[in-house]
Design a protein around this ligand. Sequence first.
Ligand SMILES: NC(=O)c1ccc[n+]([C@@H]2O[C@H](COP(=O)([O-])OP(=O)(O)OC[C@H]3O[C@@H](n4cnc5c(N)ncnc54)[C@H](O)[C@@H]3O)[C@@H](O)[C@H]2O)c1
Length: 375
Amino acid sequence: MGSGIAQVAATYGHEVVLFDSNMKAVEKAMAEMQKALARVVEKGKMTEQAKNELLARIYSTDKMEDYAGSHLIIEAIIENIEVKKSVFAKLETIVDANCILASNTSSLSIASIAAACQKPERVIGIHFFNPAPLMKLVEIIPAVQTSAETLAKAKEIIDSWEKLTVLTKDTPGFIVNRVARPFYGEALRIFEEGLADIATIDWAMTTLGGFRMGPFTLMDYIGNDINYTVTETVFTAFYYDPRYKPTFTQKRLAEAGYLGRKTGRGHYSYAEGAVQVEANKDEALGQLILNRVLAMLINEAADALFWNIASKEDIDLAMTNGVNYPKGLLKWADEIGVQECVNRLDVLYNEYHEDRYRCSPLLRKMAREGKSFYK
Ligand SMILES: NC(=O)c1ccc[n+]([C@@H]2O[C@H](COP(=O)([O-])OP(=O)(O)OC[C@H]3O[C@@H](n4cnc5c(N)ncnc54)[C@H](O)[C@@H]3O)[C@@H](O)[C@H]2O)c1
């Protein structure tokens, strides 16, 4: 992630210092970046000279001291709170008083990282999506300690990189990694209950729902280890809210090393000549699957709005640009009808009597008052 962010900053004319405690990682990242940019040149989207100039703006190092004089540092190291805190504390001894210190963390508390600093008001979350040069969305996360000046400056810089910034509260998973949980979790649950196989669930979500990738294909793409860890982190951080409960199916895959594409086997097999399960393609079953997962996603988006995590516009933009959903979930709720969304959730709740299926108070209130999100 760090090298992708470095590439973006260098594209927009910044002098970039790319630091990693492991010099081999920096060398590998630079080699990959060169290859990726060479492809861009081949496609005629960049001149050879522009590529060389871009690369010349990136200085790679394994000495943190080289950050002296920087205006903005975006940390994208290992997802470990103690390691991040110690790196932030050390960075402060190197940089000037007005340097902004940002974290690209996917799930850790920005307030907690900021607390490691003498000047916590200069710390903020700037969360890119992978691959950073291609994905437009960036979540901006001020901590309780972050100053208005840091927020304004950080947003101005990221906007100048032609990214789409959304503002989100410093809560677990921010917008995207919170609202997207049911896409995986409910699909896994449907599979675990034996209602449908993975191919049928993927078919329903793509062909009937218009999602670019089915949940199981996407989990294999992300890596079942990473996807499981994010789910477990969000679940724990939300004080074990059953809505985010991880599944044994994915835990076992991660334990077995069936991580997905990167290991040649995950929910699916990627071995040459592997026979894949055929989707059932029963329209009624497919619609049932789509309606259930979508109801849970809409509920999650509505609940994020209920808790003022972000504005309705930012929640929809985050999901369409961060994970390429075919429509904003709140806009989708309007199309389905808020009352119908509530009905679908209540059917699930009445069936299972699990807190997981509780309808967001916002959706229920809106249904009662005959309201929609945008009209
Ligand atoms: N991979 C993604 O899709 C993604 C997306 C958004 C955000 N993030 C976040 O970005 C961060 C990095 O993720 P990644 O997938 O690129 O991880 P990664 O493991 O690929 O890279 C992390 C790098 O940090 C280096 N590192 C570890 N400890 C260090 C230290 N103390 N000082 C300097 N360098 C150190 C490692 O050598 C490694 O090269 C994490 O916080 C992650 O949550 C990742």
